[in-house]
Design a protein around this ligand. Structure first.
Ligand SMILES: O=C1O[C@H](COP(=O)(O)O)[C@@H](O)[C@H](O)[C@H]1O
Length: 259
């Protein structure tokens, strides 16, 4: 078990996205200064794309050496390449098409119109992660510098939905998901053990529809019932919220303003 999650609550979702983008720039620049390169795992969803759009709008993004940044995905909706609902497509539009990334360091999850069905696609992504891991990583995936996860209203993170088999996976780093309650039903996702390989895990929750999920996940729920509760990093777990998403947290976690 790692240290307790840290919470940062911002005024609204726009400010949360801008502050998370600023934080991400600093992390990437620091990792590149320390190790020569950085690795980030992207999330889909409204909050994740909000952070990418804020990053694209920030003049400080030029401090990043984009050619020495590895990008991975926490999950993908298993749809044809270019489908507007794919997390990769949305990330390209929000940020990736506007920065000078090294294409060899960008690792989207496979699309459904490739040669593989979803379980084989998950195995292929797992093999790509293993190939990128080094002996110091102590496992089958790289020690990501930052792994971001949008928190769904039902407490799902990546494509780990409450009670589905993927959230119980303890061996594999990537699995196919069948029958997800949120469309599309077929997905590819990192598992909790792969998520926990990251140095820092950032959970993004902004908006009123995330308030119940944040309260449940941060109040001692089990990870099978509330997957967000099982997402933590090796050295830090950070919940980045806006005031609406923090509105149902118990007072010992987020004290309401004193009148
Ligand atoms: O489907 C997904 O949903 C979650 C959360 O999305 P949001 O729009 O409710 O913020 C996201 O984290 C995940 O990557 C995505 O595939």
């Amino acid at each position: 078990m790692t240290a307790a999650p840290q919470l940062v609550v911002h005024r609204d979702k726009e400010l949360m996205a801008q502050a998370a983008a600023a934080r991400l720039i600093t992390k990437i620049v620091d990792a590149q200064a320390a190790r020569g390169h950085a690795s980030v795992v992207l999330t889909g969803g409204r909050n994740g794309n909000g952070v990418l759009a804020a990053l694209a709008a920030s003049p400080a993004k030029d401090a990043i050496d984009w050619s020495r940044l590895d990008l991975w995905w926490g999950d993908e909706r298993f749809l044809p390449d270019g489908d507007p609902e794919r997390n990769y497509t949305q990330a390209k539009e929000a940020l990736l098409d506007s920065v000078p990334l090294n294409p060899a360091r960008v690792h989207p999850m496979p699309a459904s119109d490739g040669a593989y069905e979803v379980d084989a696609a998950a195995e292929i992504y797992a093999a790509e992660l293993t190939a990128a891991a080094s002996p110091e990583d102590h496992g089958p995936v790289p020690t990501f510098d930052v792994l971001m996860l949008g928190v769904g209203p039902d407490t799902h993170v990546a494509s780990l939905f409450p009670e589905l088999p993927a959230v119980r996976e303890t061996e594999r780093s990537v699995v196919g998901v069948h029958g997800a309650p949120k469309p599309p039903p077929t997905r590819v996702t990192l598992t909790l053990p792969a998520i926990r390989a990251a140095r820092e895990v950032w959970l993004l929750a902004a908006g009123e529809d995330k308030a119940n999920a944040a309260a449940i996940a941060l109040s001692g729920a089990g990870e099978v019932q509330a997957p967000a509760a099982g997402a933590y990093g090796r050295s830090r777990t950070l919940w980045l919220l806006d005031a609406a998403a923090a509105s149902q947290l118990p007072p010992e976690l987020y004290p309401p303003a004193v009148a």
